[in-house]
Design a protein. Structure first.
Length: 72
């Protein structure tokens, strides 16, 4: 998954390949977001949230699931 903030040049260049995310009032950064949430409905219709956090492993950056999904 490739993500970028909604006003990023990457979102404008590759709208079908980059998932845009909204800026958060809790994080004021430029470029690649340090974390983001995915909101969805599970198979039973409950509204759920999963947080993904930017991590580094062996010099490579990746998003890691930060805990278990929770119901909103």
């Amino acid at each position: 998954m490739i993500v970028a903030y909604e006003d990023s040049e990457d979102v404008k260049k590759w709208p079908s390949k980059v998932t845009k995310i909204l800026h958060s009032e809790y994080e004021d950064t430029e470029g690649i977001p340090n974390w983001f949430n995915i909101c969805y409905q599970d198979i039973e219709g409950r509204n759920m949230v999963q947080s993904l956090k930017l991590q580094s492993f062996d010099g490579e950056m990746y998003y890691d699931l930060d805990g278990y999904p929770w119901e909103t």
